[in-house]
Design a binder for this molecule. Structure first.
Ligand code: NOJ
Length: 566
C-alpha cells in the first residue's frame, strides 16, 4: 500500500540533473569547466527546478596527460580529493554548502570497479609480485606453455581485457580500457577501503552516489574461459559472440550491492543508483529483495533503465516501456527515466533536432512514475556536435582508432557513440563568444556547437515558449503535485482514441487524501481531438504556452502537445 507522499524518502521523488564538470562553466579562462564555475550557476539550476545534482567525477585523475591516456575523470588516482584542474577540497565544501543551502541534494560518481593506472595502489601493485598491494588488482599468469597468451578469453568493452606487464611477467585484468585496471573485490582490504571511501564523502554531506560499471565488480574466481554467445551485443553485455557470464553480473556482485546499501544506510537518507548494462531480469537482482514492511528494497535503491535512450517518439513505444517498467519494477521499486548522458548521443539529435518533440519528451519524462535524470543542456535542446575521428579527445575513440569514420557514423544510428566528445561539448550559456562558457579568445577543450547563438540559456530565458521554460513549468508542477512525483501510474486504454495518443492516470496520497491527475500526450504532427475520458478539466501545465485543450466534453491537442489535467 502506498504511503503519503510526505512520508516518502526524498530520493523516491527527486529529479536529477547531471553535470559533466569539464563542460559546465569555466571560471578561470583555461577552456575547461571547474567547480567555481558550477558554483556561479547554482541559482540557474535551482530556478530550473531540479532537486539533485549528480557530478561526473572531479577527483584527481591524470587529466594533465594527453587525452588518449585518460578517461576524463573515470580513471581515479585518489578517491578522497579534488582534481586541481577543477578546484580544491575547500571549493568542493563551498559547492556542497551552496547546493544544500538552496534546498538541493548532491550526488557523486563512484567509480569503484577500477582505478587509474596512475593510482599509487596500482603503481605499488605492479612493482613486484610480493608487494602488499599486489592482490588489490587482478594479476594472473598467461596461458601455457610460455605464458605469453592472455589468461582467459574474456572481452572488455574496449576489446581485449588483459595487459601483459613485462616487469613481473604477469597479466592484469581490466573491464574497460587498459588505463583502468580492475580492483580485486575478493580481497577484503579492497572492500574495506572502498566502503570507507563511500563513508568519507557521506560524512562530508554527500547525499548519494551513481555507481559506475557496477555490473563488473566481481569476476569468475576460477578464471574459466567465457562460453560462446549468439549475440553481437546482448542486454546482459555479451560482446561479439562471447558471453559476459564470467565477467559481469556475478552473484557476488548482487550480494555486494546489499553490503553497499547497508553501508550507506549507516547514514540517514542516502541513496545509490547503479549504472548497469543488463536485461530487466538481471537488473532486478541488483535491487535486492523487498523489505518486510513492503515499502523498500534492500539492494541498490535505483538502477538506470537505458531502454528509453533509444526509444522512438511513438505513443506505442512509450506505452510498452511503461508496461515493461511497471511489470518488472512495481511499487516499492522505482523506475528511472534516462534520455541521455555523457556516453550517449544527445536526445534531441535522435529526434531530428525537433524542439517540439523535445518538449513532449520532457512532458513524458517529468510526468511518468520514476526518477528522471536530465543531462546538462538537454533543457535548452543542446545537440550532439559532430567531431571527426582525428580531432577527438575521448580515449574510447582512440581505443577504437581502427574503426573508420563512415562506420562510426553508421553505428551512431543505433545509439552507440565511438567518440563521446560529441555529447560533452561546453554548456551554451549566452550568445557571446564561446557561448559564455569560456571568455572570448580562449580555445575551449571541445568545440561549442555552432547553433549556440540561438540555443542558449540567455536567449531561452527571454522566450516564454522556449524549451527551457517548458522544462521549468513541468518541473514546477511535478514538484507541487504529489500524485505526479510519487503516485502510482495506470495507462488509460481509450476506445476510439487516436493511435498517437498516450494517456495515463497518476494517483497519490497526500495528507490522507487521494489526488488523481491525468496526462495526455500527442505523439503526432497532427492535431487530435477525443472525448475527455475523465472528470478532470483544470489544465495544470502544457508544452504549448497558449493552450486551451478542454472544450466541453472534448480534449483537443496541438501537434506534439502534452498536457496535465487535474
Ligand atoms: C561508464 C561511464 O559512464 C563512462 O563514461 C566511463 O568511460 C566508463 N564507465 C569507465 O569508467
Amino acid at each position: 500500500m502506498a504511503k503519503n507522499t510526505e512520508d516518502l524518502p526524498w530520493w523516491k521523488k527527486t529529479v536529477v540533473y547531471q553535470i559533466y564538470p569539464r563542460s559546465y562553466m569555466d571560471s578561470t579562462g583555461n577552456g575547461i569547466g571547474d567547480l567555481k564555475g558550477i558554483i556561479s550557476k547554482l541559482d540557474y539550476i535551482k530556478d530550473l527546478g531540479v532537486e539533485t545534482i549528480w557530478f561526473s567525477p572531479f577527483y584527481p585523475s591524470p587529466t594533465d596527460k594527453p587525452y588518449k591516456e585518460h578517461d576524463c575523470g573515470y580513471d581515479i588516482s585518489n578517491y578522497r580529493d579534488i582534481n586541481p584542474e577543477y578546484g580544491t577540497m575547500e571549493i568542493f565544501d563551498e559547492l556542497s554548502e551552496g547546493i544544500h543551502s538552496r534546498g538541493m541534494k548532491i550526488m557523486l560518481d563512484m567509480v569503484m570497479n577500477h582505478t587509474s593506472i596512475e593510482h599509487p595502489w596500482f603503481k605499488e601493485s605492479r612493482s613486484s609480485r610480493d608487494n602488499p598491494k599486489r592482490d588489490w588488482y587482478i594479476w594472473r599468469d598467461g596461458k601455457k606453455p610460455n605464458g605469453k597468451k592472455p589468461p582467459t578469453n574474456w572481452r572488455a568493452i574496449s576489446g581485449r581485457s588483459w595487459e601483459y606487464d613485462p616487469l613481473t611477467e604477469q597479466w592484469y585484468y581490466h573491464g574497460f580500457l587498459p588505463i583502468q585496471p580492475d580492483l580485486n573485490y575478493r580481497n577484503p582490504e579492497v572492500q574495506a577501503e572502498m566502503l570507507d571511501t563511500v563513508r568519507f564523502w557521506l560524512k562530508k554531506g554527500v547525499d548519494g552516489y551513481r555507481l559506475d560499471m557496477f555490473q563488473a565488480l566481481f569476476v569468475d574466481d576460477e578464471f574459466r574461459d567465457a562460453p560462446l554467445s549468439r549475440h553481437i551485443v546482448s542486454d546482459d553485455l555479451d560482446i561479439l559472440f562471447r558471453s559476459s557470464k564470467r565477467t559481469y553480473h556475478h552473484p557476488d556482485t548482487f550480494e555486494f550491492a546489499k553490503k553497499l546499501r547497508a553501508t550507506i544506510d549507516e547514514f540517514p537518507d542516502k541513496y545509490l543508483v547503479g549504472e548497469i548494462m543488463a536485461s530487466y531480469e538481471t537488473l532486478k537482482k541488483y535491487l535486492g529483495e523487498i523489505t518486510e514492511d513492503g515499502t523498500d528494497n534492500n539492494g541498490l535503491n535505483l538502477v538506470f533503465l537505458f531502454q528509453s535512450t533509444t526509444a522512438g517518439m511513438k505513443a506505442k513505444t512509450f506505452r510498452k516501456l511503461i508496461k515493461d517498467y511497471e511489470g518488472w519494477y512495481p511499487y516499492p521499486y522505482i523506475p528511472t527515466w534516462v534520455f541521455g548522458n555523457h556516453d550517449q548521443p544527445r536526445r534531441i539529435s535522435r529526434m531530428g533536432n525537433s524542439i517540439e518533440k523535445a518538449k513532449l519528451n520532457a512532458a513524458l519524462e517529468l510526468t511518468v512514475r520514476g526518477v528522471p535524470f536530465i543531462y546538462y543542456g538537454e533543457e535548452i535542446g543542446m545537440q550532439s556536435v559532430f567531431i571527426p575521428k582525428n580531432e577527438s579527445r575521448d580515449a574510447i575513440s582512440y581505443a577504437f582508432g581502427w574503426v573508420p569514420q563512415f562506420l562510426r557514423n553508421f553505428i551512431k544510428r543505433f545509439g552507440l557513440l565511438m567518440n563521446r566528445d560529441e555529447c560533452r561539448t561546453p554548456m551554451q550559456w549566452s550568445s557571446s563568444a564561446n557561448a559564455g562558457f569560456s571568455p572570448a579568445g580562449v580555445e575551449t577543450w571541445l568545440p561549442v556547437h555552432q547553433d549556440f547563438q540561438k540555443c542558449n540559456v540567455e536567449v531561452e530565458e527571454k522566450d516564454p515558449d522556449s524549451l527551457l521554460h517548458c522544462y521549468q513549468r513541468f518541473l514546477k508542477v511535478r514538484k507541487e503535485t504529489p500524485a505526479l512525483n510519487a503516485g502510482s501510474i495506470t495507462l488509460l486504454d481509450l476506445e476510439k482514441s487516436p493511435k498517437s495518443l498516450l494517456a495515463y492516470e497518476r494517483r497519490g496520497l497526500t495528507k490522507g487524501e487521494e489526488q488523481i491527475i491525468h496526462v495526455f500526450l500527442n505523439f503526432s504532427k497532427k492535431m487530435v481531438t477525443f472525448t475527455n475520458p475523465t472528470s478532470n478539466v483544470q489544465l495544470l501545465v502544457s508544452t504549448t504556452i497558449q493552450s486551451n485543450p478542454v472544450e466541453g466534453n472534448n480534449i483537443i491537442l496541438n501537434p506534439w502537445e502534452g498536457i496535465v489535467l487535474k
